[in-house]
Write a protein that binds this ligand. Structure first.
Ligand SMILES: [Cu+2]
Length: 263
């Protein structure tokens, strides 16, 4: 009886799923770096690390290390879960077009990495090398995903004529200004009289978006990049309250102050 000799793993060509995994990994490596360099006002060195891990993982997939596709899936899932709040915060604000587009692309690429990595890991374990074809469903799923991304980007690209445009009218120019710059509000305290209707002109000088939030008075005003906005609320109760920026991480970084409602 003739024994079939197992081909050494290195000599086989990469499967379609492995190639797709590598492409997705390259995407998750480059998008955070682009985000840090082009969109964030403070490029943090940690972002370089976010680029390094998927590159190394992609190399391991190409070297055909057996656990590499599973590692790719794990990395993609980790990026989605770990950045969940920030990704959601960006995606619910399509008027911030560039940040929105980058985050939508990142989610799409990470989803592909997760799916392709898992599928490649299962396929490499469960089927013989000659049977490792690209599953028929994959092109359909990819086309659907591309359609969703393109649709989302088109919706975001439609100019919004929201309140920001209306609120730039002359009368509002007299309102007191609260400026956000370098992830700081320009004043630590705001004093208002109890019962007063408070109007603040919100100016964001940063390349990234901020928010102006006061939970006690249900104030949640967006501060888009390089734009003016307005917060309008009634200070119904005397006391000391915190105003802060609700973008994940900003409040912890010191983007907050005290609202004092007095007699
Ligand atoms: Cu902020």
């Amino acid at each position: 009886m003739a024994t079939t000799k197992q081909q050494p793993a290195r000599n086989r060509r990469w499967t379609g799923l492995e190639q797709l995994t590598v492409v997705a990994l390259l995407g998750t490596a480059s998008i955070p770096v682009y985000y840090a360099l082009a969109l964030s006002s403070e490029a943090e060195p940690i972002f370089a690390l976010f680029g390094l891990v998927p590159l190394v993982t992609a190399g391991l997939v190409l070297r055909r290390w057996r656990w590499a596709p599973a590692l790719a899936a794990l990395w993609s899932a980790g990026m989605l879960l770990g950045n969940g709040p920030a990704l959601v915060a960006a995606i619910v604000q399509p008027d911030e077009t560039r940040a929105f587009a980058v985050n939508v692309l990142f989610v799409a690429v990470a989803v592909v990495g997760l799916g392709a990595g898992l599928a490649a890991a299962v396929q490499n374990r469960c089927t013989a090398p000659v049977d490792r074809h690209m599953p028929r469903l994959v092109p359909v799923l990819l086309a659907t995903l591309v359609g969703l991304v393109v649709g989302a980007l088109l919706v975001a690209a439609i100019p919004q004529h929201g309140p920001e445009t209306l609120l730039d009218s002359a009368g509002l120019g007299n309102l007191p200004v609260l400026t956000a710059a370098q992830r700081r509000f320009d004043r630590p305290e705001i004093h208002v009289k109890v019962g007063a209707t408070v109007g603040l002109r919100l100016v964001n000088q940063d390349q990234e978006r901020h928010r102006f939030d006061i939970d006690a008075f249900n104030v949640h005003a967006p501060m888009p990049t390089k734009q003016n906005g307005v917060a309008l609320f009634q200070a119904t109760q005397a006391g000391t309250y915190t105003f802060y920026c609700g973008i994940p991480g900003h409040r912890a970084a010191g983007m907050q102050g005290t609202l004092i409602v007095g007699p």
